[in-house]
Structure formats: C-alpha cells, structure tokens
Design a protein around this ligand. Structure first.
Ligand code: FBP
Length: 548
C-alpha cells in the first residue's frame, strides 16, 4: 500500500512561484550601510567584521550567471515550521542552477549535527521526496546552542573535510543569532566559509522592515484558525461550554492576534497589552469573568477565549519574578546542580527577594516548576508546557462562583480546554508558505553566489503576487541589540512583539467589545491548496494590515 496520501501525491507536483529577479541571471545591488536596532557601539565592537554591511537586493539582468562549483551545508534549527523542506528545495535548485556540480549537505538534528559531524548529502532523489511537504524530517531539527569557540572549530573541521564553502542556517531569533556569531567568527579567522540565515518560526516574531514575516506563520495560523472555527461552531451548536484555547507562540502574541482576526472569538488576550496595562492575573480573570457574566445575562452561557502561550511571562509581576529567577539560577548554578531535586524549589525560594518569593509560592506547583526548573538550551521558559488555559478557566470559575454567592451573576459556566500548538507546526505549507520558503532558499543560494556572509535571506513585497516579490538580503547584525541572558549581557536578535499601535492590533481592538458580547464567530475552514486564488493564495490578515 502507498505510504502517501492523495493530497501528498498531487501536491508534490506543485511548482512554487519565484520572484522575477530570481528567474534568470541577476546582479546584486547594494543599498545604504546599516546599523543595529539598538546598542550600536556594543554590537559593532562584538562584530567588527560583519557590522554595518549594506542592504542588498537582486535585479534581473540579461544572460546567464555561471559560477565555479561549490559545496554548501544546511541546518534546520529550533521548532518546526511549515515550509522548511521548501527552503531546502529552493536552496538545492538555486545551487544546481548556478552550477550542476554544486553539492548540498544537510546536518542532522540541528546545529548539533555540525558539531558532532552528523550529516548526509541531499541528492535530487531525496529533495524530490520532500517538495511542498510539512515537517523538518528530511534532516531533523534541534535546539543546540552554538556559542563556544570549540563548537565553531569542531564545525569547521567537517566543513573543511566536505569542502563546504557556505552554510545556511534556517531558524528563529536564537538560531539566527547563532548564525551571525558563526559568520563573524569564520570571517575573523579567514575560514573561507560564508554563513547565511533564513527567517523561520511559526511565532511570527522574527520580522522588521526588511523581513515582512517569518515562514510557517501563515500555515500554522491557518491550521489553528480552522480548529478554532470548528470549536466555535460546536460551541454555537451545543451552547453549553466556554472553550479556553491556548495558542503557541513562545513570547509574542502574533499567532493569537492573527487567529482572533480570522475567527472573531469572544475574548482574546494579548500578552503585550497585559504588560503595557500593568495587569495582574486577577485583572485578567476579572475581565474574562465580566464577559462571561454579560453573555450569561443574555442567556448565552457559551463562548471562546484565546490565550497566548507566552501570557504568563507578560504579567509584569511574573516577568519580574522570572528575571530574578534567571539571575539566581545563573549566579548559583554549581551549587544548584548539586542540590537534590526535591529541595530545589525550597532552595530557590530562599534566594529570592521576599516579594518575588511570595509570588512564586502563590503559583500553582506546575507553573512554579516550569518557571524554575525546566528551561530550553537557550534559557527560555518552556511556556508550551504551562497549562495557562486550565489555570485561567479554574480561576474564572472560582470568581464566578463568588459572584454567584454575592448575587452578581446567575449563569452556568462549564469549560473545555484546548492547546493549538504542535498540530500546526508540521502542516503541509499553504501556497503562500510553499512559495515564500522556496524563494527564501533559492535566494539564499544567490546570496552565497554573491559572496555574502552574515546576511539573512529577505523576500519583500509579499502581499503582491509572487512574481513581484523583491529578493535580497539584510545583515543580521542590523537586527541585534544587547539583552541579559543567563546573567550576562549578550548580543541577540531583538524579538518583534505585537505593536499596540500597529494596524493588526488596532483592527482587533476596534471590534473586540462587540465580539465579547455578541456571537460573531467566523469559520475559516481548512487550508485550500487547489482552487480559486482568493481562497488559496490569501496571505495572513496581519501581513495585509501591516502592508496595506
Ligand atoms: P522557534 O522559535 O524555534 O521557531 O520555536 C517556536 C515554538 O514553536 C514556540 O511557539 C514554542 O513555545 C516552542 O517552539 C516549543 O518548543 P519545543 O518544540 O522545544 O517543545
């Protein structure tokens, strides 16, 4: 029996669209020199060889650009995002167009594959199996942080052995920070290896004027919006549950905001707003309970609440606690590692300031464990493991029970909980992501051919049809600032959070009071891969509102 679905077979034949500039011979046109988004002096000092490089874009020229052959390597880094396979397919096709003798090697299971010399050659047969498919399974992904000179040198050994002259790192803000550090180091020692980044993450928080969106955001938000729409329709049919739906997005609330714009739920929490308004957990619970009570007064004992995964980190009091926890853990790492598991929490409480110790002790055990003990290799709190949706539903239930006793509320409140996260990260890429990713990868090969290093592949004008997209590159140092990590100031790419004066948030804010009380649900349905363009080729509402 075939191991492929009918859609997979039909989808394999899809030919992603490319911008005009990438279809034939091209030339690189350089723009103005750049500066980092903040802390210019510090970032410049740390990146003397790759700081301040100019923007560039490609323009079509007549003829063909033949190039001497070269080998390249590719790494998939961090969380999966739909379209990663197409970045690799675009990179492969671009390299082959430059010179059919070019070879592409994939490092297995993320940056660790480079350090551990775990790799495979990606041949045409392998690439063809993965065109237009979701997932990162072609070579796997991982979260190993590249930060030590020994790792860079170990990596260089295998790059030299395979005669690899360029490495493409496909990742989010942390992984592209790695790419930039690696580019700087290889340039400083004259290693002869270029490093190019590609903007990946479903979270949508790796963007700026030159990177309009990170890949995977389009597909993931469409998958989640389909699920939310289905839940809304069930909710509006049975009329007996409030559904609390947590959405992935480690820090920024872009995923939640986009899904809200697509599905018009009753309540949507946006972490960035919670922080700006200095809200407490109780403020959030009261806000939800008020909407539940207002709908109950109209006989509507059902509804939907969208909760961004990173909410907890935006609540100012908890943010302060996490920041002190980070310092405590960094300063006492050796002692902390020697302490028995059962005594770790007690140890942390003893080191915290009295105010933070009180907040820490007041949190449910699962949440305090997550904040203190279970971090990813970049030191991030693993918010996907914190059950915020359950926590909020329980707290809203308790508040409503209290209001009932006080005669302020007389409805029914039964809840269901959902987490839309992993189910969206490996979906078959939408047409937008299939085209965008292929272009990002193809464009990366052109940046390699142009001799660039420390650049991120950039495809702009993405609300226009693909042939009008603008291909080029931006220096990664441009996106950097200094932030505290593990107790030390480090250069990192600044995350793009939801802007409260940006068009997507304003659009949402202008409707939310009505959505809270009325039932204004929209049911987007599943991603369509074949059919009329207005159904199949729509970019996200966020992208359209940001680039009207
Ligand atoms: P990236 O930033 O690496 O793209 O990953 C994003 C993400 O999907 C977050 O939304 C989520 O919090 C996290 O990965 C989950 O991590 P893991 O896959 O390690 O459980």
């Amino acid at each position: 029996m075939s191991t492929k679905s009918a859609l997979q077979i039909a989808r394999a034949a899809y030919q992603p669209k490319l911008p005009k500039a990438l279809r034939g011979a091209l030339k690189a046109v350089e723009g103005e020199p750049t500066q980092s988004v903040a802390d210019q002096a510090e970032v410049k000092k740390l990146f003397p060889n790759t700081y301040g490089m100019p923007y560039l874009h490609f323009e079509p020229v007549a003829g063909e650009t033949a190039k001497a052959s070269l080998n390249a390597g590719v790494i998939l880094s961090g969380g999966q995002a739909p379209g990663g396979h197409n970045v690799i397919a675009g990179l492969f096709d671009g390299l082959k167009r430059l010179n059919p003798a070019n070879k592409l090697y994939g490092f297995i299971l993320g940056p660790g594959g480079l350090v551990d010399h775990n790799y495979m050659e990606l041949t045409a047969d392998i690439i063809d199996e993965y065109r237009n498919t979701g997932g990162f399974d072609i070579i796997g992904s991982g979260r190993t942080k590249l930060e030590k000179k020994e790792q860079f040198d170990k990596g260089l050994e295998i790059l030299k052995k395979l005669d690899i002259k360029a490495l493409v790192i496909i990742g989010g803000d942390d992984s592209n920070t790695n790419a930039c550090v690696l580019a700087e180091y290889y340039k400083a020692i004259g290693a002869g290896v270029q490093v190019i980044g590609c903007p990946k993450t479903i979270d949508g928080d790796l963007k700026n004027s030159e990177i309009e969106t990170s890949f995977g955001f389009d597909t993931a938000t469409k998958v989640y919006s389909e699920i939310i729409g289905n839940i809304e329709r069930d909710c509006n049919s049975a009329r007996k549950y409030w559904h609390f739906i947590k959405l992935m997005g480690r820090s920024a609330s872009h995923v939640t905001l986009e899904c809200a714009l697509q599905t018009q739920p009753n309540i949507t929490l946006i972490g960035e707003e919670v922080e700006a308004k200095n809200q407490t957990l109780d403020d959030i619970v009261t806000y939800i309970a008020q909407a539940v009570a207002a709908r109950a007064a109209k006989g509507l004992n059902f509804g939907t609440v969208l909760v961004p995964e990173g909410l907890i980190e935006f609540i100012p009091a908890i943010k302060k606690l996490i920041s002190e926890l980070n310092d405590v853990l960094a300063a006492n790492q050796n002692e902390f590692n020697l302490i028995k598991m059962s005594r770790k929490i007690e140890y942390i409480v003893s080191k915290l300031s009295p105010a933070n110790a009180e907040i820490f002790k007041s949190l449910p055990e699962g949440v305090s464990r997550q904040l203190a003990l279970e971090r990813d290799p970049h030191g991030n709190v693993q918010v996907s493991l914190i059950e915020t949706e359950q926590l909020l539903a329980d707290m809203v239930g308790a508040k409503l029970a209290q209001w009932k006793e006080e005669g302020k509320y007389n409805g029914k409140f039964a809840t269901q909980h959902h987490f839309c996260g992993y189910e969206g990260r490996c979906a078959a890429p939408s047409n937008f992501d299939a085209d965008y990713c292929y272009s990002l990868g193809f464009n990366a090969s052109m940046l390699i051919a142009a001799g660039k290093t420390g650049y991120m592949s950039s495809i702009k004008n993405t609300v226009a049809p693909a042939d009008q997209w603008i291909a080029g590159g931006i220096p990664i140092t441009m996106m950097m600032n200094m932030e505290k990590r593990n107790g030390e100031m480090k250069p990192v790419i600044r995350k793009a959070l939801v802007e409260l004066d940006g068009a997507p948030f304003k659009e949402f804010a202008s409707h939310r009071d009505e959505w809270a009380i009325e039932t204004s649900f929209v049911y987007p349905g599943p991603i369509q891969y074949f059919g009329p363009s207005e159904v199949c080729d729509q970019p996200t509402k966020t992208l359209k509102l940001e680039h009207k």
